[in-house]
Structure formats: structure tokens, C-alpha cells
Design a protein around this ligand. Structure first.
Ligand code: C5P
Length: 312
């Protein structure tokens, strides 16, 4: 029998995401809202390097343009929580030292913390050789946060429930994104609360909240790789509350749309604004125009794969 030596370090990578469609239903008794969302994983990644240790520790650094000052390194860090959850589930007695390099904007609505958790789960699973299967890991991912299962699986998917019940969506081709990063973050619970308050204030005009569903046009656009159709059908119920909290984002959306973007949408709970470009040339032109307006801009393509082990 051949035995494989346990690795001393494992390097994993998980992607950020854009919600190309996000419909928010009612607040549920568990404090979460029912969602119907179409996720696309994009080529901004979180890299996690995990080494054996007696304790649980984490260090965080930022890639280009990513300010990590607000990322906790105590036990509230989502990657550390992922490692501890895996250890307690499997009875692993040791710890781990995690090094995270973040290229997804922090508190930007692109699921960076969720990607850290997904990458940490995968890294610790490989480092500790727990023998858990993919379904078990996805189950743990859902315990860590609504977006963590998607960061784990990647690609293009429809999320229902809290956003954690995934069904893969057919997707063709590559979409070109230009992302305008804000120099501030938005708290996800605050944005959801603002939506609830808006709905309560205007209950008489807007009526009861409908059961959320993903627009069939979005699924058709993703299946056909049709950026024009996706631009027409992109939607995010969290955009209005995010703009209400940060009115300056409206000007960012207008600037992108008047410089060649097919459409712009606040990503998740914001404040990152995701612009869909017609093609690579269009994306490059838009990147130049937005940079000239002194915005911090990065380009990304999607869909990309989910959490993976990287061979160094
Ligand atoms: O799951 P996660 O920790 O990422 O969610 C952060 C917060 O976002 C939740 O505590 C909740 O306030 C809000 N949220 C929600 N409904 C969802 C997902 C998130 O209200 N489906």
C-alpha cells in the first residue's frame, strides 16, 4: 500500500462574485431574507495558504487597491471560523496558521469574506486530510454564511433560500466586467435593514413583497453568453437601499453608463459597482475613462471556477 505524506502547506484560491440578478423576499424568522439570485464567479481571487500549527492564527494582506485595514484577525475572522468549524466537525486536535492575500474588495458586496471561508475550508481539509466529501464541505460552507457555498462551487449558479441553496446555471462564453471600487465599505445587514424600512414605509404603494424568482431573461442571457441581453435584464433589489445609504454611487453608475458600459449594477449589498462591457476593448476603454475620473477600477471576467487547490 502506498501512503501519501501529509502536506506541510496547502495553497487554495476562491473567487469573488457578482450577483447579476438579486431579488429579495421577506425577512424570515431566522433574520435572513428569502432570495432568488443569479451568481457569477469572477476573476478576482482570495489566496489562502494554510500551515499546520498548534493554534488558530490568521494574517491578512491586500492585493493591488485592496485595503485590508478593516479585516479582523481575531476569532471573528470568517476564514478562522471556517477552520475551527472543520476541526470541531472532524475532531481534528491541532490548529492552523492561515495567510490570506485578498484581491476581492473588502466589504464591497463581492463576497470576499465568503471566498476566504471557502478557500480556508478547502485548504484545511487538504492539510488535515479529513476525508470529508464535497457535500459535507458545502454543508459546512452554508453554516458559515449565505454566499460561502457559491464561493466554494463557483461558475454560474442560481441561489435560493438564503442564497445558499444552489443549482448550477448553464453559461456560455466570458463576460467582461469593469468594477468601480469605493473607498468605504457598506455593512450587509444595514443595507438589508434599509430595504425593509423602505418597504415598510411604502407598504401602501408597493403592496406585499412577492416570492422572489430569477428572471428567465437573465438565465437565457447567461446560457447564450449574450452580454446585451444580460445588460437589459440585470437587477438588484439591494441597489436602491445601497444608493439611499450612499447617494454618491448614483453618479458612479451614470459615469459608467455614459462611457460605454452596457449596464451597471451595484454588486450584492455594495458599494462596488459592476459594469458589464460589450467586449474586451469596451472594457479597456471604460477602465481608462473611469480611472481618468479618479475612480479605483479593476477589470474581471466571468464565470470562473470555484475554490481550488493551487499547485505551487
Ligand atoms: O450570511 P452572511 O453572514 O453573509 O449574511 C450577513 C447578513 O446579511 C445577515 O446577518 C443578514 O442580516 C443579511 N442577509 C439577509 N438575507 C440573506 C443573506 C444575508 O438578510 N439571504
Amino acid at each position: 500500500m502506498t501512503t501519501v505524506a501529509a502536506p506541510t502547506e496547502v495553497h487554495t484560491r476562491a473567487p469573488g462574485k457578482i450577483n447579476v440578478f438579486l431579488a429579495v423576499g421577506d425577512l424570515q424568522p431566522d433574520g435572513y431574507h428569502e432570495l432568488a439570485t443569479a451568481y457569477q464567479a469572477v476573476s478576482l481571487y482570495e489566496d489562502v495558504r494554510a500551515r499546520r500549527s498548534d493554534d488558530f492564527t490568521v494574517q491578512v494582506t491586500g492585493g493591488p487597491g485592496v485595503d485590508v485595514a478593516g479585516v479582523p484577525t481575531d476569532d471573528s475572522n470568517l476564514a478562522l471560523r471556517a477552520a475551527r468549524l472543520l476541526a470541531s466537525t472532524t475532531g481534528y486536535q491541532g490548529g492552523v496558521d492561515l495567510r490570506i492575500e485578498k484581491c476581492v474588495p473588502v466589504a464591497g458586496g463581492m463576497g470576499g469574506g465568503s471566498a476566504d471561508a471557502a478557500a480556508a475550508l478547502l485548504a484545511c481539509d487538504a492539510l488535515w486530510q479529513t476525508g470529508l466529501g464535497r457535500d459535507d464541505l458545502l454543508h459546512l460552507a452554508a453554516e458559515l454564511g449565505a454566499d460561502v457555498p457559491f464561493a466554494f462551487s463557483g461558475g454560474t449558479a442560481v441561489g435560493t433560500g438564503r442564497g445558499d441553496e444552489l443549482s448550477p446555471a448553464l453559461a456560455k462564453g466570458q463576460f467582461q466586467w469593469v468594477l468601480a471600487l469605493a473607498d468605504f465599505g457598506l455593512s450587509t445587514p444595514t443595507v438589508y435593514r434599509e430595504l425593509d424600512e423602505h418597504r415598510r414605509r411604502h407598504q401602501g404603494d408597493i403592496g406585499p413583497v412577492r416570492q422572489p424568482v430569477v428572471d428567465t431573461g437573465v438565465l437565457q442571457a447567461l446560457r447564450a453568453g449574450d452580454a446585451g441581453l444580460l445588460a437589459e435584464t440585470m437587477h438588484n433589489d439591494l441597489q436602491a437601499p445601497a444608493l439611499h445609504l450612499e447617494p454618491g454611487l448614483s453618479a458612479v453608475l451614470e459615469l459608467g453608463e455614459s462611457n460605454g458600459a452596457l449596464a451597471g449594477v451595484v454588486s450584492g449589498s455594495g458599494p462596488t459597482v459592476a459594469f458589464l462591457a460589450p467586449d474586451l476593448d469596451g472594457a479597456l476603454e471604460l477602465q481608462i475613462a473611469l480611472s481618468a475620473a479618479r475612480l479605483t477600477v479593476v477589470r474581471a471576467t466571468g464565470p470562473v471556477h470555484g475554490a481550488r487547490v493551487v499547485a505551487d
